[in-house]
Design a protein around this ligand. Sequence first.
Ligand code: MV4
Length: 510
Amino acid sequence: MMKILIANRGEIAVRIIRACREMGLPTVAVFSDCDRGARHVREADQAFHIGPSEAVKSYLRIDAIIDAARRAGADAVHPGYGFLAENAAFARACADAGLTFIGPSADAIALMGSKTAARAAAIRAGVPVVPGTEHALAEIVSDGEIAKTAEAIGYPLLVKAVAGGGGKGMRTVHDRAALSGAIRAARSEAGSAFGDTAVYLERRLACPRHIEIQLLGDQHGTVVPFVERECSIQRRHQKVVEESPSIAVSPELRRRIADAAAAVARAVGYSNAGTIEFLLDERGAFYFLEMNTRLQVEHPVTEMVTSQDLVHWQIRIARGERLGIDPERALTPHGHAIECRIYAEDPDQGFLPSPGLIRGLRPAAGPGVRDDGGVTVGYTVPVFYDSMIAKLIAWGANRDEAVHRMSRALREYEVLGIRTTIPFFLWLMRQREYIEGRYDTTYLDRLLAERNGRSFSELTEEDEELATIAVGLDTYLRLSAGTQGASGKPGFNGPAASWKLAGRREALRG
Ligand code: MV4
């Protein structure tokens, strides 16, 4: 029996605990001060305190986590995503402590952590990369020589951090005059973000789509790529909506991208779950971007259209089992899935974090809906970590059905006490370009700039009037029913008016 410690928190810890339960495996949670009452702590079989709320003093402490695993008698560690998931030293420390790291080898993590080494691996595998420098720019090379290199690649170009990924330490350069300043800025940002000032150059594609291929590799050399995910809906390099399959990918193109992804994974002897990111241009040409050596936030959309459980497979692969997946099935989407990342952020205040006490919670459910939630009523969303509180996934027989189902589910979803990004998603699901799938990686930031901070949840005059009547009616009913509250439902008496008002506001929105 494999006892698994989950070195993470929130929805992904809950997701991994669910998989362990299904496989009959005992689980160990870890938690910081502010997470003492968190959902993942309640749902695991055991839980260990690992330090103060600040991530560097708890969820990023390799020694504290290894110590918790030792005290719990755990056999394996699942890192989830974020925190230590792509930290080669952590994977190595687990191995040194006799713990199975449920993920790729420390060497694979380290290799793909260097974006220039990853590009080299792709080139070796015969996979196209965006034109760019082979190595990091040497610090001693003159501005003139760098300008010559830049000229050869072509403007506009991007200065990217070697240790980067996810847009940090990235600068666009339109001409030679802006080059050395951009390099200096990128170096400085990369230095503070990653402790590594190395940067390289890449030609900047104009309006690419972000397409990625999930894959699994076992420890016997088998690699299985899955149907692509479309992740072009991003806000400031943060994905907010993902779907599978992509409307821009034909079955023929799918096969070619999947083959390319599998070739890169095989070239580095990759095992466990990983994702290869590509940029896709308007002409259907694709380019390797980087590899993520972890389970990703958006893995559920792949699970929904392929009926495979990626976390089950991660555990089975780590135990040394062989992949038993029909490659044709993994590459054939069944229906369409969309994921919305629900954040404790106020979309009407420029997506300002909105931490605080969750006073009410009713996740969406029903046909074709999956809620990967990470919080409970009574939990206080802390300021210390990423503010994602849940992922809402909708499945449909086709994309249109998935969009409509997502809209229905978003209207159903209730979170009281904090602001969330739900009103923003309700608005997005009504945008023509989104509905028609006509978007690329520049779409959302342009759309939000156009809106100029207008509210996503503002009501029409008629809605306001109806809401006023609703509050009056509710007060009347509450008074005539004594302390019971108009709903008559236990547990919702105190804030009943706000519950109902929120519900009616949703109902009124259209
Ligand atoms: C690019 C690019 C265009 N050309 N590289 C942004 C995050 C990091 N993963 C890579 N990113 C990009 N790299 C070249 N050569 C455009 C982006 C990009 C982007 C990529 C995916 C999703 C959203 C994006 C938004 C802006 C820019």
